[in-house]
Write a protein that binds this ligand. Structure first.
Ligand code: KG4
Ligand code: ZN
Length: 334
């Protein structure tokens, strides 16, 4: 059967990335250029700086990817592009590049939602099996999604305030760790003990989450201890915070699997790299006979390979955009 090659572009935040994916599952080549070191100087992503760096890098990243794949633009079947959600200035650079290529080479343009991309990073590990539940945990999203088939997304619940990655980054700042703090809090958590009393966030019957309360609890606890002249045991506070976050994420996800009678679970997004979360899900899924898939570490954070995997299934169901396609800073998963 003829193979389908999707060239994908991702530029929604601070990574400029281009990838070529075959049939939604085989990675031919991927290039990711991260701006993380630049933004770390500012303690977070500076949108204007991010857009300017995407402009400087996009052509080089595209050329490097084609060279790595040993392919020409003429060899690809379609172009997949992250149209949103994300930083609007950053999104527009990738979109303009994708539209220019689609026009120049007469290729179909496939619009891909960024979160669909994170979910499909799992298809690069192992073909997804349905029905499944996906827990999406990133810097901008925390959602439980039910999928009865490819490209069918039913939202069961989401965060009511902060995304889990955002809470990690803010807690990291309070603990004096540099940006992005998520991986550092995760590392510290494994060196500490759960000695601090923190609330279990939004422990109710819904599938929604809330992380602003626990974030504030960490901030208040830290300020109070400083005022009393007491030292914070950083690794213990990281451990207590991580334990509470992992407990609520796993508790609601496992309940969703039981209530929906689903046997496949996939984790998606930057926080899918979290060691504590992976360990707890591995243990619970083994116990409850659930098949768990997690993305490769390098594809937890933003990259175009996941957009190429999602783009293939969007292409197969006939999703197309014309040159009037615009970027969207916010948009529901569809
Ligand atoms: O998916 P992503 O690259 O960006 C969005 O689409 O939002 O996720 C980035 C987020 C950051 O908040 C980062 O701190 C967090 O993922 N993160 C982690 C870990 N690795 C990355 N959070 C907790 N533990 C980790 N190991
Ligand atoms: Zn992302």
């Amino acid at each position: 059967m003829k193979k389908t090659y999707i060239l994908a572009i991702e530029s929604s935040c601070d990574e400029t990335s281009v990838s070529i994916i075959c049939d939604g599952k085989e990675e031919i080549a991927t290039v990711v250029l991260s701006q993380m070191d630049t933004h770390a100087n500012f303690g977070g992503v500076v949108p204007e700086v991010a857009s300017r760096m995407h402009i400087e890098n996009i052509t080089m990243v595209l050329e490097e990817c084609l060279e790595k794949a040993n392919m020409k633009m003429e060899d690809v079947d379609a172009i997949a592009i992250t149209y949103g959600p994300g930083l609007i200035g950053s999104l527009l650079i990738g979109l303009q590049a994708a539209k220019t290529l689609a026009y120049l080479y007469g290729k179909p343009l496939i619009p891909v939602h960024h979160i669909a991309g994170h979910i499909y990073a799992n298809n690069l590990v192992k073909p997804m099996e349905f029905p499944l539940i996906s827990l999406v945990v990133s810097g901008g999203h925390t959602e439980l999604i039910y999928m009865k088939d490819h490209y069918s997304f039913e939202k069961l619940g989401s965060t009511l305030d902060d995304a889990v990655g955002e809470a990690y980054d803010k807690v990291a700042r309070v603990l004096g760790l540099h940006y992005p703090g998520g991986p550092l809090v995760d590392k510290l958590a494994h060196e500490g003990k759960d000695t601090y009393s923190l609330p279990l966030p939004l422990d109710d019957d819904s599938y929604n989450f809330s992380f602003s309360g626990i974030k504030s609890a960490v901030i208040n606890l830290s300020h109070n201890e400083h005022q009393r002249g007491n030292e914070i045991i950083t690794e213990n506070l990281a451990c207590s915070f991580q334990n509470r976050v992992v407990e609520i994420l796993t508790k609601k996800t496992m309940r969703a699997l039981r209530e929906k009678n689903v046997k496949h679970l996939i984790i998606a997004g930057g926080v899918a790299a979290n060691k504590g979360l992976r360990e707890k899900f591995t243990e619970l899924c083994e116990k409850e006979d659930i098949e768990l898939t997690v993305p490769a570490m390098k594809y937890c954070t933003d990259n175009a390979a996941m957009i190429g995997a999602a783009g293939y299934y969007a292409y197969k169901i006939g999703r197309r955009a014309d040159l009037s396609l615009n970027s969207k800073a916010t948009d529901r998963l569809q």
